[in-house]
Design a protein around this ligand. Structure first.
Ligand code: ADP
Ligand code: MG
Length: 472
């Protein structure tokens, strides 16, 4: 077995233990370089992988490797930024794990339950546990949690209403998931009003209403999403009313969502509305700023992306009408980070938001800063300010002589930008940056050039700084 085959086998064996999404993220483009005297040398493509592997996967990896080759006794990790998509030493895990099962919806969108009931598949992403609770949705979340524990008891039917993209489907599906976790044998059916209507139409056409009615008898919990679409559909309303009564009378749970409250559903029959009103009615509203920020943080964690608090706050501050829109902006921010190699900044995110809506609201304090940057010509002084701000290090340290990496990199970055973009002479730059001599500046420019070839994070930082300062 070659090193490459062995490494692939180890990854394949690890996958069930650490799950596919993690394999795709953390084992992509990794390689087994050599095994020497029981020491297995593993190559990682990025510095940030190192700590993660040591903390999370080292033990498991070693055990798995030993099962295949008992002579292996230890692991050493080496970071080799040359490992990448095109490098044949590494393993292209995406080829071996093509479907990101953990993140995507299962392909099969429906399941057949006992008794031939067809239910939409629950999306595992929607859980009551990962729903972020704030004052505007606390009651709805609490009601769902109670129903998941005690279906068919106090909150029946449970009616959840609120505007588009505020988490109704998430709550409904989360409740379904929780019900199934609590009792794997119960029959939980989730359907959209649209699917329900289509089913009614099909059964009318087949002149087989009995089949339709029998189908629902075995259901323990019926979850029906977006009931407002039943307006004007008299026959569907009729059937729904019967289904509802059958289940309700048998003590089964019914959960309904709608974009408006029962008494605003004027196109529904009176008796249906009064049925809804006999249960528990809760609304979901747009979460407040802090809750919106928490939702964004949670999503960043899921995507394993780190975004600064300023940027998170800025997105949450601006997108105040729909959680779905909030997530949409974040997705574009993440895409920019991954595809264009740019660390998101308030200004870069402002541009993304402008695509969505006409106005961008600035958090007090930012507007002046943003304007100031576009008004004044870029000088070496302004570069010093921007780069220090970006890295959040004091200017005095950047201008000083400390040789810690956290000050060296910004210092070299300033010199690099001044030389390549402002075209200032090496000795002038040296004079400005703490009276250094021109060879130091030349060295800094070379260093940054070298780093940029390997360090993708530095490239992202450089692009972000260029964007912030308006240098192109
Ligand atoms: P609705 O059905 O009300 O139109 P969804 O349930 O589809 O809205 O929610 C839109 C998106 O926002 C989903 O991705 C959902 O997971 C997310 N979302 C909404 N509210 C929350 C929350 N409080 N916590 C976490 N995610 C949320
Ligand atoms: Mg929905």
């Amino acid at each position: 077995m070659s090193h490459k085959e062995l490494w692939l086998q180890i990854i394949l064996d690890l996958e069930p233990k650490i799950n596919r999404a993690n394999v795709i993220t953390w084992f992509r483009n990794t390689a087994l370089f050599e095994i020497k005297e029981g020491l297995m040398k593993v190559g990682l493509p990025l510095p940030m992988f190192l700590d993660w592997h040591v903390r999370h996967y080292m033990k498991e990896t070693l055990e798995t490797a030993q099962k295949i080759d008992p002579s292996i006794r230890n692991i050493a990790y080496v970071v080799d930024t040359g490992l990448g998509e095109k490098d044949s030493r590494g393993i292209d895990v995406l080829k071996h794990f093509p479907e990101k099962k953990v993140r995507k919806l299962p392909k099969k969108r429906e399941v057949v339950l006992p008794g031939g009931i067809v239910s939409k598949m629950f999306n595992p992403r929607y859980q009551l546990d990962n729903f972020i609770v704030g004052p505007e949705n606390r009651l709805a979340h609490a009601a769902c949690t109670t129903v998941a524990k005690y279906p068919g008891e106090n909150y029946n039917p449970l009616f959840i209403y609120g505007g588009v993209g505020l988490g109704k489907t998430h709550l409904l599906q989360g409740t379904g998931n929780a019900l199934l976790q609590n009792d794997p044998n119960c029959v939980v059916m989730y359907t959209t009003t649209e699917a329900f209507t289509n089913e009614v139409i099909d059964c009318i056409q087949a002149r087989n209403m009995n089949r339709f009615r029998n189908r629902y008898r075995k259901v323990d919990t019926l979850i029906i999403d977006d009931i407002q679409f039943i307006a004007n559909k008299e026959r569907t309303q009729e059937e729904f009313f019967h289904t509802f009564n059958t289940l309700f009378d048998a003590g089964k749970q019914v959960i309904i969502s709608s974009d408006r409250s029962p008494h605003e559903l004027t196109l529904l029959s009176e008796r249906l509305i009064s049925r809804f009103e006999s249960g528990m009615i809760v609304d979901v509203k747009m979460p407040d700023l802090e809750t919106r920020m928490a939702i964004l943080q949670e999503r960043c964690q899921e995507a394993q992306v780190i975004i600064s608090r300023d940027v998170i706050e800025f997105i949450a501050f601006n997108i105040d009408y729909s959680v779905r829109a909030l997530e949409g902006v974040l997705q574009r921010v993440i895409a920019q980070y991954e595809l264009e190699h740019m660390t998101p900044t308030v200004n870069s995110v402002a541009e993304i938001i402008k695509h969505n809506q006409k106005e961008v609201k600035w958090i007090p304090g930012y507007s002046e800063k943003a304007e100031a940057k576009t008004k004044y010509a870029i000088t070496i002084e302004s570069l010093v300010t921007s780069v220090s701000d970006y890295y959040q290090v004091p200017k005095s340290e950047v201008m000083g002589t400390a040789r810690n990496r956290e000050f060296m990199v910004p210092r070299q970055m300033i010199m690099y930008l001044a030389k390549t973009k402002l075209n200032i002479s090496l000795s002038k730059i040296g004079e400005h940056i703490g009276n250094r001599n021109h060879t130091t500046v030349m060295h800094a420019v070379e260093k940054i050039n070298q780093y940029l070839k390997k360090d993708r994070q530095l490239l992202r930082d450089l692009n972000a700084i260029k964007k912030e300062t308006g240098i192109s």
